[in-house]
Design a protein around this ligand. Structure first.
Ligand SMILES: Cc1cc2nc3c(=O)[nH]c(=O)nc-3n(C[C@H](O)[C@H](O)[C@H](O)COP(=O)(O)OP(=O)(O)OC[C@H]3O[C@@H](n4cnc5c(N)ncnc54)[C@H](O)[C@@H]3O)c2cc1C
Length: 428
């Protein structure tokens, strides 16, 4: 914020995850915007080990925060996109005929989640952005002049705008769609992800799991494995088609013995069985998603990240889509034409640009999960090569240059037009 000039907006961000911190860090660049982040946990902490960051998303972080230059301070190197290889897909659900059937010649850069969050935290401007921990939002109420946040500890806070970055089980979304649990509550996708890790030293040197990023595919299930430091990070998935979904009333995340997942892979190729057998515990995630919402915005409110569009994790896109939300919303709010008086119009543009895009990405991710599990209708008639090529094509957009600049160009034109229409209407 320019010293001495008052903030044009005070923005409350509920949730200090990837989406919330990306937005807070971007807004830290905007003059005349002040930000309070409210995080439920006692400390800001990433859950999970690695996160795949595609070039599209890296370019956004590079444009705003010069991540390629600054990442060394965090013990990571910038990606060399021409040398990163994506996953090798294997048909693995047979004891003796397992084989590679496709290798993606490009791929994402995998970062430790904690490092990404630390990097984003380092970009918060302490003069304009404050992070409050142990602040669990219960609900909010919007009036014509402000939005009031009600926390579980009985305290309140006010802001001009509330951003719900509070993840798949979002309270902001629940309040926005009060009385409509179809949109307010997340839906069980029918899929479980079992996250595990295994020290590389436990595997013999010739083990296939040591040779880079793999997707071990078979009917109804697949496993991803990739090395991070001295560990192999493994995630095993059940891919249950939509018509077999069931309600889930257990814990969304639970620590379970690895044997719970190993038994699903009996009869699969020996290297996969031994990889799973080398782990003792797994973190079982019941994957919940958000139904395609009719809107990402309400009175003085907008949703970003998983709160808006939690999706199945089969292309490594959820976190990146939260970054795109943050990029477009930041550019809109920081734009000179955006003012308190036309906030509603500004949010409408965010919704028009981001909602269809993010929802189509969610569909693509679900489809990929079914492809890895050979469950997509019509896929029995395709050759493995055709399936591989189709998968490769589905990732090409993630490697194009320029992040989401094209979406921003559209958003800016729409913003200027929409605000002009609103102003003319109020003059006439
Ligand atoms: C198995 C798996 C693998 C994945 N792999 C990838 C990948 O490789 N690449 C990728 O881009 N994406 C991946 N994703 C998706 C990605 O993890 C999510 O999209 C991303 O973490 C969502 O970030 P978020 O900030 O929106 O939500 P979250 O990370 O859920 O953060 C929400 C924050 O809000 C806080 N909060 C919640 N409720 C409240 C409240 N009421 N009041 C205050 N604070 C609150 C939480 O404590 C949390 O800190 C994967 C997901 C899964 C499950």
């Amino acid at each position: 914020m320019d010293s001495g000039s008052p903030a044009k907006f005070h923005i409350a961000i509920c949730g200090g995850g990837i989406a919330g911190f990306t937005l807070a860090s971007f807004l830290s660049k905007a003059s005349a915007v002040s930000v309070s982040v409210y995080e439920a946990k006692a400390e800001v902490r990433a859950i999970g080990a690695g996160i795949a960051v595609w070039k599209r998303y890296w370019d956004i972080l590079d444009e705003v925060h010069s991540i390629s230059q600054d990442c060394y301070q965090f013990g990571i190197k910038p990606p060399n996109w021409s040398s990163i290889r994506g996953p090798v897909l294997r048909k693995s659900d047979h004891l003796v005929t397992a084989h590679d059937f496709f290798g993606l010649t490009f791929g994402p850069h995998v970062l430790p989640r904690a490092v990404l969050l630390e990097f984003l935290s380092s970009k918060l401007n302490p003069a304009t952005c404050t992070v409050h921990t142990s602040k669990h939002l219960r609900a909010y109420a919007a009036s014509s002049s402000e939005v009031t946040l009600h926390f579980s500890d009985g305290t309140t806070a006010t802001a001009d705008l509330l951003i719900g970055a509070d993840g798949v089980h979002s309270r902001v979304r629940k309040t926005l769609f009060a009385g409509d649990s179809f949109y307010g509550e997340p839906r069980f996708s029918g899929q479980f992800a079992y996250r595990m890790s295994c020290p590389k030293e436990m595997l013999p040197p010739e083990h296939i799991g040591l040779s880079g990023f793999k997707i071990w595919c078979g009917t109804g299930r697949h496993v991803t494995s990739n090395s991070m430091g001295e560990q192999i990070q493994i995630t095993a998935y059940d891919n249950i088609p939509a018509d077999h979904r069931r309600a889930f009333d257990g814990a969304w995340v639970a620590d379970v013995p690895a044997s719970e997942i190993s038994r699903f892979f009996e009869g699969w190729e020996p290297d996969l069985v031994s990889l799973l057998g080398a782990t003792e515990r797994a973190s079982r995630w019941a994957i919940h998603v958000v139904e395609p919402l009719p809107t990402f915005v309400g009175a003085r409110t907008a949703l970003v990240g998983d709160a808006a569009h939690a999706m199945t994790p089969h292309q490594g896109l959820g976190g990146g889509q939260g970054m795109e939300d943050a990029f477009i919303l930041w550019k809109l709010l920081a734009h000179p034409v955006a003012q308190k008086e036309n906030l509603e119009a500004v949010l409408r543009v965010y919704d028009d640009i981001r909602r269809p895009f993010a929802q189509s990405v969610a569909e693509r991710s679900l489809k990929n999960g079914f492809i890895y599990g050979f469950l997509l209708p019509g896929y029995k008639e395709k050759t493995e090569e055709e399936i591989g090529i189709e998968l490769g094509q589905s990732c090409e957009w993630l490697m194009e240059d320029g992040g989401c600049e094209a979406e921003w160009e559209r958003a800016e034109k729409m913003l200027i037009h929409t605000v002009a229409v609103v102003e003319n209407r109020s003059l006439s």
